[in-house]
Design a protein around this ligand. Structure first.
Ligand code: NDP
Length: 283
């Protein structure tokens, strides 16, 4: 019987993760089945227990359960601990050939490495000594900050709809690099080489309140959200002449590849899967 994996979130009907993991399995010859499960808020702990009892090997966790997954994991990787959020759970500690024994639940976070690979490897974006604006202070922002600061940008400015949460993040990540929290209004007159929208504003069809003139020459804008058509933030970036206006489809595939590697010990190729998803959107 195939090893089972799942995506836990709410909602998940739009998710392309089952498609991505099916492509990875085909490509690598790994025998696994991955499906998306819509979990009602409040039901996450029970859902986790039921998956473990059924011998499911691992799960991805998405909105709104990343902080709950962090709290419920028995053990955490360093990057999950840094992030304070978990998007990847492994239920058996002894690898894909282990039997049905229930091991500890290990929480990991592959969002940051996924974003970084998409930015730097797939799109050639330089981060060292660059000025970065990060919009949002939720689970995704927490996941990407550690790896981002590890690239030694000149500064990372965090802004968020609820300013206190941006401040908390800046304090939490201050030991890892140059980071500060500002209000949206304080951005007037500033320039950034990279603007990352890690807020859920695009999910609501909204745009964060960004002043004009934020883009330095050659700036890259990256929306973590992905959609069939351009997100409001990608449209905003294109209209202001961003050198690159990207959405999160590449990050989605790269973070999935990192999860796949954690679970199976095999690293799938991401380029053909990104190409397939991009072609699907063009139809
Ligand atoms: P969370 O719910 O943890 O955090 C949401 C964040 O967005 C908070 O900072 C929140 O601010 C802010 N926000 C929500 N609605 C609005 C709005 N209307 N205007 C401005 N800010 C808003 O979500 P995640 O951090 O997990 O996800 C954020 C986004 O990143 C989502 O769009 C998600 O799909 C995407 N994502 C994409 C990934 C990929 O692989 N491409 C991976 C992970 C996430 P406040 O603190 O005020 O509530």
């Amino acid at each position: 019987m195939s090893d089972e994996y799942a995506l836990l979130g709410h909602p998940v009907s739009h998710s392309r993760s089952p498609f991505i993991h099916a492509r990875f399995a085909d490509q690598t010859g790994e025998d696994l089945h991955y499906r998306a499960l819509d979990i009602r808020p409040g039901d996450f702990p029970d859902a986790l227990e039921s998956l473990r009892a059924r011998g499911v090997k691992g799960a991805n966790v998405t909105v709104p359960f990343k902080l709950e997954a962090f709290a419920l994991a028995d053990d955490l990787t360093e990057r999950a601990r840094d992030a304070g959020a978990v998007n990847t759970l492994s239920f058996a500690s002894s690898g894909p050939d282990s039997g049905p024994t229930i091991g500890p639940t290990i929480g990991d976070n592959t969002d940051g490495v996924g974003l970084l690979r998409d930015l730097t490897v797939n799109h050639g974006v330089e981060l060292a000594a660059r000025s970065v604006l990060l919009i949002g202070a939720g689970g995704a922002a927490r996941g990407v900050l550690g790896p981002l600061l590890g690239e030694h940008p000149a500064r990372v400015v965090v802004v968020n709809r609820t300013p206190a949460r941006a401040l908390q993040l800046a304090e939490r990540f201050a030991p890892l690099g140059q980071i500060c929290a500002w209000s949206f209004s304080a951005l007037a007159g500033e320039r950034f080489d990279l603007i990352i929208n890690a807020s859920a504003a695009s999910m609501a069809g909204e745009l964060p309140p960004l002043p004009e003139g934020l883009l330095a020459g050659g700036a890259c804008c990256y929306d973590l959200m992905y959609a069939a058509s351009a997100t409001p933030f990608v449209t905003w970036a294109r209209a202001r002449g961003a050198a690159q206006a990207l959405d999160g489809i590449g990050m989605l595939v790269e973070q999935a590849a990192e999860s796949f590697h954690c679970w199976r010990g095999v690293r799938p190729r991401t380029a053909p899967v990104i190409a397939a998803l991009t072609a699907e959107r063009g139809r």
